[in-house]
Write a protein that binds this ligand. Structure first.
Ligand code: C2E
Ligand code: CA
Ligand code: CA
Length: 767
């Protein structure tokens, strides 16, 4: 920028200086010279031309007077003797013409203004022409001499005209006419090396407009000027050079001639006719090119620098505009950020949140899904601000917002509505109650202590939840209702959450209570393992058993897995439960083996989530080792549905497990829509026909064909097959007859405690 400023200033200086020089040279210096020249030429011309006219007047007046004193001449004229008159005057005419070749006219006119004798054209006389010769008429009328210019048939002449008297009697007029070329020839001797021009008003007739057919001649002048150039000697005929601007001639001015790069000056003497009316000028055209080259050069510099200046300024403006535009874009971004984000926490603000909520609602409507809006308000936050100051308060808010971000899923959106209020929008909500899991997580995450500058603070929160579409179909309604629910949470004693609809709160509360009591149950070892025998349907001998978890609730009594397994799976508590079940069942089975009993293979239920955990295999091996168990005593049951969620992933995981010698069975087979191609590639040992296909046996046609098909499939894939949920003898017999020997179900036994199972192992199953 600095550099370009210098350039601009530099160019500007050059421009100013060059235009100053130009103006000085052109308008001051040169114009002065021009004007001086103009004045001089004007003086010269006026002086010379005026003198010439005076000379002519005096000289030819004298000649005329002398001639008219000759008695013979006057008498011959008075008698009308043309021949006599011609004879007497011809020698005088020839003598005068010898001294001035431009003397072309020496005429006699009658008193009634007819041409009587023309010395240069003696054969021409009479005619009506004379009546139009006004100067002749005037001489005859006034009977006094007349001097001046008048156009004639053959040109422009300075004329000297005398009345002719015979005694007292007026008999006509006598005229001398000197061609105007004489003036030119005289002027060219002036010490001015420029051509002299005659600028005259155009003569209507007879010089230029002469027309053979014209009935009459008019010696009148038009108002148009034309330049008539004579050669310096004045020998040549007149020629019309140009019709010039009258102003240039009349104002004694000059014009610039672009061809010769010079100035043309027109200076001159005003020509008058005998009536003293202006009929033209004698002018000199003078060429001047004084300083011309310098002026032109300076002028080019001036023009060039002007253009350069325009260019540079344009470029600078362009650059400037671009810089401003970029700056504006940045400002726009900042403004945009400020209007949409909270400056303290960097979270979206109310404006952006409303926008997102609006969009989420539209999307949920289209896809027929529900969403949850959590309204989070910190409890007694004002106290922190009041007692510790706003700086600490701000820091707390930042920490809280970080914690909130960590708790929620990426696809959910969070915002700070203002003060200590936050909102979280949960999209793709499967069940309304699911929002409570997040609410619970938030409550526990926020309630952890915060350490700032030596202060240990506890901030709890109250959360209100509204669900789309049940609690509102519009954004403001949802927000209003979430707010109302939050208010109820405050009333309920803070540090809790409430749904807008109280049914939901109850439902969620049950879950929360349940989750808490599962945790408690784990601590208190309330989970016990029950065993359900798997029996050889032909011999009735126990070949294995399935470990099934039971919850011995201190007050509610025995709780079955369907009541807590789904929630345990959602919350991840299943990992702890399964670990507990595996450890205790493995220990138990090893004990039985050690006792010399034959418990067969222990079937354990595991989810893929479990198997996908890092180090799962190691944990399994460790458990087996710790409980003195052996891999070949263990079979893992994974449901078909779980495997088929990600078959390729399952193949990899199960392969690794299978390599340790642990058996694998597909649980609930027939319900998960297995693809046969995957089934072939899975490292499994056993298919477990789901209870739903056993129920209709042996009467239901459909169940019959499905059960048969699964058995046939197992045989063809060289897999073992077992049926579960077998309750009747008929069912058992049908299965055995059709090749499914392994039977599990109430027909033999329900899942029983380890003591009862031990009895069964010792004594066998009675049937
Ligand atoms: P599952 O793996 O399909 O287990 C078989 C279920 O069928 C057991 O229910 C068992 O008691 C029941 N059952 C067996 N024979 C019959 C019969 O003849 N008639 C009827 N009506 N039911 C029969 P349970 O123990 O309630 O377990 C339910 C589900 O909970 C299990 O289904 C399994 O998926 C899950 N589960 C049980 N214990 C555990 C465990 O320790 N860990 C894991 N991850 N899941 C478990
Ligand atoms: Ca099972
Ligand atoms: Ca099953």
């Amino acid at each position: 920028m600095k550099f370009s400023k210098k350039i601009v200033v530099g160019i500007l200086l050059i421009q100013i200086i060059s235009s100053l020089i130009y103006n000085y040279l052109y308008h001051y210096q040169y114009a002065t010279v021009l004007n001086m020249t103009i004045e001089k030429k004007e003086c010269d011309t006026n002086f010379v031309v005026g003198n010439i006219f005076n000379e002519l007047k005096q000289e030819y007046s004298k000649h005329a007077e002398e001639l008219l004193l000759e008695q013979k001449i006057v008498e011959a004229f008075a008698k009308g003797n043309r021949e006599e008159l011609y004879k007497e005057t011809l020698p005088i005419y020839e003598a005068l013409k010898k001294s001035n070749k431009y003397l072309n006219i020496m005429n006699f006119y009658t008193a009634d203004t007819h041409a009587f004798l023309r010395l240069n054209k003696p054969q021409e006389f009479g005619g009506t022409l004379g009546t139009f010769r006004k100067m002749v008429a005037k001489t005859n009328e006034s009977k006094k001499p007349q001097y001046g210019m008048e156009a004639g048939k053959y040109g422009l002449y300075y004329r000297v005209m005398f009345p002719v008297f015979n005694g007292d009697e007026h008999i006509g007029a006598f005229e001398f006419g000197i061609d105007i070329k004489y003036l030119i020839s005289r002027l060219s001797i002036l010490n001015i090396n420029t051509p002299a021009l005659l600028v005259s008003k155009k003569v209507v007739a007879p010089i230029y407009m002469y027309d053979e057919n014209a009935s009459s001649y008019l010696s009148e002048f038009t108002n148009e000027y034309s330049i008539i150039k004579y050669n310096p000697q004045g020998k040549e005929d007149v020629s019309i050079v140009d019709i010039v601007d009258k102003n240039i001639i009349e104002k004694n001015s000059y014009i610039v001639d672009k061809n010769s790069n010079s100035y043309l000056l027109y200076r001159g003497y005003t020509l008058q006719d005998y009536k003293n009316s202006k009929i033209g000028y004698f002018v000199f055209m003078d060429k001047m090119n004084y300083y011309m080259e310098t002026i032109v050069f300076v002028r080019w510099i001036s023009i060039f620098t002007t253009l350069l200046l325009i260019l540079v300024i344009t470029l600078l403006m362009y650059k400037l505009v671009r810089e401003y535009a970029a700056e504006i874009m940045v400002q726009k971004d900042i403004l945009n950020y400020r209007t949409h984000f909270d400056s303290l926490t960097g979270l979206p603000n109310r404006v952006l949140f409303n926008d997102r909520l609006q969009q989420a609602i539209e999307k949920a409507k289209r896809q027929d899904k529900s969403l949850a809006l959590l309204f989070i308000d910190l409890d007694r936050f004002k106290q922190i601000n009041d007692s510790l100051g706003h700086d600490i308060g701000d820091k707390v808010l930042k920490i809280i917002s970080e914690r909130l971000k960590n708790v929620m899923r990426k696809e959910d959106s969070i915002s700070r509505l203002g003060g200590d209020e936050f909102t979280i929008l949960v999209q793709d909500l499967k069940k309304g109650e699911d929002a409570s899991i997040l609410a619970q997580k938030i409550i526990s995450s926020l309630s952890k202590s915060i350490n700032i500058e030596g202060h240990t603070l506890y901030v709890t929160s109250s959360i209100g939840i509204s669900i789309f579409p049940n609690d509102g179909k519009e954004a403001d309604n949802l927000l209003k209702n979430a707010d109302a629910a939050m208010f109820r949470a405050k009333q309920e004693g803070r540090n809790n959450f409430q749904y807008y609809s109280s049914d939901m709160t109850e439902l969620a509360f049950e879950r929360v209570v349940m989750e808490a009591s599962i945790r408690k149950a784990l601590d208190n070892k309330e989970f016990v393992v029950y065993y359900q025998p798997q029996v050889d349907g032909i011999t009735g001998k126990i070949v294995g058993m399935e470990a099934l978890v039971r919850w011995q609730h201190p007050s509610a009594g025995m709780v079955f897995p369907d009541k807590f397994i789904p929630l345990a799976q959602e919350t991840g508590l299943i990992l702890a439960i399964d670990h507990l079940v595996m450890k205790s069942a493995m220990t138990q089975i090893a004990k039985w083996y050690k006792m010399g009993l034959e418990p067969g293979v222990l079937a354990l239920n595991l989810s893929m989530k479990q198997l996908n955990q890092d180090g799962c295999l190691e944990k399994l091996s460790l458990l087996i080792k710790e409980s003195n168990c052996r891999p070949e005593w263990i079979r893992l049951e994974i449901t078909e549905g779980e495997i088929m969620k990600n078959p390729q992933g399952a193949i990899d995981v199960l392969n690794r497990i299978s390599q340790t010698g642990i058996e694998l069975a597909v649980d609930d087979f027939g319900t998960g829509y297995s693809s046969l191609s995957y089934l072939k590639r899975l490292p499994i040992d056993k298919l477990k026909i789901d209870k739903s296909f056993i129920d209709g046996l042996p009467s239901d046609e459909e169940d019959i064909s499905i059960a048969r098909a699964i058995i046939a499939l197992a045989y063809s894939l060289k897999l073992d097959v077992i049926a579960e949920g077998v309750e009747t003898k008929e069912q058992k017999e049908f299965l055995v007859k059709n090749g499914c020997i392994n039977i599990q179900g109430y027909y033999y036994s329900m899942a029983v405690s380890s003591q009862e199972m031990e009895e069964m192992l010792k004594n066998g199953i009675e049937k």
